[in-house]
Write a protein that binds this ligand. Structure first.
Ligand code: NDP
Length: 354
């Protein structure tokens, strides 16, 4: 290994470590909303300030890199692979730190490593929830990679509507996630998952480096036709309406069971336990279709060959498996009510198809 190589590895490691440290410190210091969660074995209140931290870090990055040019953009892009490998290594180290010291959870050591032993680890003297912090690092990491991807082409002065539409839509995806951070306390990851390799590595490596898989591809900046722009944006926002609508409707039902969603949709439920109106009457996991359509809209926008399609394809595989797991969980939890729900809403994810 040459000296130059070593220096680059060192820089990459420091960049990743500094980013994690900065996000963590900001998360601990910036004023937060204290929100009650859904799980009873979790913290009484979650400290949520994701959107604020997101904007502080992203805007600082844009100003430092794009305006003051404290770091050379080309240098950062050259380090991309090294950044991702450092994130992998740190992801492994954090996995061991969050799993090994704690009581065995399953019969297999490796299953414990993969799925985790703690469901709701509280960190920094109980000031923050481990899952919240992991999602924060993952979401912001994703955004920083998108910003860098934009700057990579912005200097070339070529038409690049494909890149602009892609970056704007994907940034919308991350911003609106943090805007609705409290809603995600009611999702599978917070209700069911433990914190092990799957979640730690997912947040530190998969979100920032695989979701925007396009950053790794040979993308040619082009001017998308108006029809193509409209089509990709329409698919993306159709997905958003399905996903956000379902998640927010469920949140409202859990927090104010009698309230009309968006002031219009009267909740109809099975014994007050399972919603079967509005978004939850279209299919049993219409939100999964929504997220997949959002990913499809992104791949359509970038117009970058086959590889960007791995992101929506990954969703298809993830959601088919997750729906099955959730179905078993709900069958066990709700029994007859779940059977009745399946009878009234027969489709798992895609209405009339699946
Ligand atoms: P859901 O939001 O569908 O949550 C499933 C849980 O909701 C069930 O376990 C049950 O929990 C409750 N539930 C199910 N049906 C009903 C009903 N009819 N009425 C009321 N409550 C019901 O799934 P996820 O948590 O998996 O996904 C949440 C969001 O996150 C989705 O938009 C999904 O697409 C997205 N997602 C994104 C990922 C990503 O990597 N970007 C990964 C995974 C998900 P309980 O009974 O305990 O309330």
């Amino acid at each position: 290994m040459t000296n130059l190589d070593l220096a680059e590895w060192f820089s990459a490691f420091i960049h990743i470590l500094l980013t994690y440290t900065l996000i963590t410190l900001l998360h601990l210091a910036v004023p937060a909303h204290h929100v009650r969660g859904y799980v009873h074995d979790g913290p009484k209140f979650y400290r949520l300030n994701g959107l604020r931290v997101f904007f502080i870090v992203s805007l600082s990055f844009i100003i430092c890199i794009g305006y003051f040019q404290y770091l050379d953009i080309r240098y950062l892009i050259r380090l991309r692979m090294k950044h991702s490998i450092c994130a992998c290594i740190l992801g492994l180290i954090f996995t061991f730190l969050i799993v090994l010291p704690f009581k065995q959870n399953s019969s297999s050591f490796w299953l414990d490593i993969y799925l985790g032993r703690l469901k709701n680890p509280q960190l920094f003297f109980n000031r923050t929830d481990g899952k919240i912090l992991l999602y924060l690092i993952g979401g912001i990491g994703l955004e920083l990679n998108l910003i860098l991807f934009y700057f990579q082409f912005a200097q070339e002065n070529k038409p690049m509507t494909n890149i602009i539409v892609y970056v704007i839509l994907f940034s919308f995806f991350t911003i609106e996630y943090f805007y609705h951070e409290y809603v995600h306390l009611y999702t599978f990851d917070f209700i069911v998952e433990y914190v092990g390799f799957k979640l730690v590595w997912g947040c530190l490596v998969f979100y920032p480096f695989f979701y925007p898989i396009t950053i790794w591809c040979q993308i040619h900046p082009t001017s998308l036709s108006f029809t193509r722009q409209c089509f990709s944006i329409a698919v993306f926002f159709l997905g958003w309406i399905l996903s956000r609508g379902a998640n927010n409707q469920k949140y409202l039902f859990r927090t104010q069971p009698k309230a009309r969603f968006l002031g219009v949709f009267q909740p109809i439920s099975i014994n007050g336990r399972l919603l079967c109106s509005g978004w939850w009457s279209i299919s049993r996991h219409i939100n999964y279709l929504g997220d997949t359509l959002m990913a499809t809209g992104l791949s359509l926008a970038i117009d970058g060959g086959i590889y960007p399609w791995l992101y929506p394809l990954y969703y298809v595989a993830l959601f088919i498996a997750r729906e099955r797991t959730d179905n078993e969980r709900c069958q066990e939890k709700y029994g007859r009510d779940w059977e009745e729900y399946c009878r009234r809403v027969p489709y798992r994810i895609i209405p009339f198809l699946y």
